[in-house]
Design a binder for this molecule. Structure first.
Ligand SMILES: Nc1ncnc2c1ncn2[C@@H]1O[C@H](COP(=O)(O)OP(=O)(O)OP(=O)(O)O)[C@@H](O)[C@H]1O
Ligand SMILES: O=P(O)(O)OC[C@@]1(O)O[C@H](CO)[C@@H](O)[C@@H]1O
Length: 308
């Protein structure tokens, strides 16, 4: 079982306009709503890939009820808890010549809510993956570190996809996988990363700080994997027309975990990660299993020189 935590999920509203014109009324030519938030996206893609998954985190208000109904419609196992303050956010993603996103703030959970969540995940089985993914509300800053501190040592294999300080604080808990994108990796070290060597170097620094495996996603360029047994691979990007790339990174995390669970082979895990990310970039919302399997055969993987 792979459990995902999304502290601040969102109804993702994807709107396509011919041309985005700020300061005036824009009308959609296409629109769709999805139950979004990084951890839930991971669960949606895991279930498409035939994996057993459950998502949890916090919902609130009328939009929270609507969100719950959307999860039910998708047949996703969930253990979300309702908090009393605020409402589940609606994140607007506008697809035009470029992508523009407006993410809401979301409800205001308290530490007592985090404690309730910790109770829920105490029942995970030894060795289960626990995916901690997405923005941490400011009322509970440091929540990922707190959650990991409250799990019996060695019980779960954490997977962390979050930016900045929240990520750094989880590294002493030796996450099985972290997945920064190129910009996030650079921001962690206050640099702008330009070469593959630099990606490998800074991913290696994150391993030295505690991460076991590091997957760096680079949008249309592809993704680089540095493994705990000091191997490095690169999955080349696949050319094609992106529909909306929201959730591509989350799909990559799901593909990696599904691939790893199914094969225990780094290259196969990376291939499925790249296929899932690509398939999601080429569709509205997260990709379905058939689309991911179709892209899988197009992924080219290069083995890189290991780190010194
Ligand atoms: N435009 C694209 N064309 C082809 N493949 C893409 C494109 N965008 C993303 N991908 C694939 O998806 C993977 C993950 O994308 P990306 O690096 O954009 O993740 P991210 O920044 O974490 O995204 P998000 O936060 O929206 O989930 C890439 O490494 C690549 O394999
Ligand atoms: O505000 P956060 O939590 O950083 O990001 C939330 C979000 O943008 O991330 C997902 C894509 O990765 C979307 O489904 C969702 O709207």
């Amino acid at each position: 079982m792979i459990t995902t935590i999304t502290l601040n999920p969102a109804i993702d509203c994807i709107i396509k306009v011919k041309k985005l014109q700020p300061g005036t009324l824009n009308r959609a030519v296409e629109e769709a709503v999805f139950p979004g938030g990084k951890g839930v996206n991971v669960s949606l893609v895991l279930s498409e890939l035939g994996m057993d998954t459950c998502c949890c985190g916090f919902l609130a208000g009328a939009t929270g009820k609507a969100y719950e109904a959307m999860l039910e419609e998708r047949g996703l196992k969930q253990q979300f808890q309702f908090v009393t303050n605020g409402f589940t956010r609606i994140n607007t993603k506008v697809s035009a010549m470029e992508e523009t996103e407006i993410n809401g703030a979301g409800p205001v959970p308290g530490w007592e809510d985090v404690d309730r969540l910790c109770q829920v995940i105490q029942s995970l089985a030894d060795g289960d993956f626990l995916v901690l993914s997405g923005n941490v509300p400011s009322s509970i800053k440091g929540a990922y570190e707190y959650i990991l501190k409250n799990m019996p040592e060695g019980k779960v294999k954490p997977v962390v996809d979050v930016t900045g300080e929240e990520l750094k604080k989880t590294l002493p808990y030796h996450p099985f996988l972290i997945k920064p994108n190129l910009e996030e990796l650079g921001d962690l070290f206050g640099v702008r990363i330009k070469t593959e060597e630099e990606v490998k170097h800074y991913a290696g620094e994150l391993q030295s700080a505690g991460a076991r495996n590091v997957l760096v996603s680079m949008g249309a360029l592809g993704m680089l994997l540095l493994t705990e047994d000091a191997r490095a691979f690169f999955a080349e990007g696949v050319k094609g027309e992106a529909a909306n790339t929201v959730g591509a990174g989350d799909s990559a995390v799901a593909g990696f975990l599904a691939g790893w669970e199914q094969s225990h082979d780094w290259e196969k895990a990376l291939r499925l990660a790249a296929a899932a990310g690509t398939a999601t970039a080429f569709t509205y919302g997260t990709a379905d299993g058939a689309a991911i399997r179709r892209v899988e055969g197009q992924i080219q993987i290069r083995m890189l020189e290991a780190l010194d």
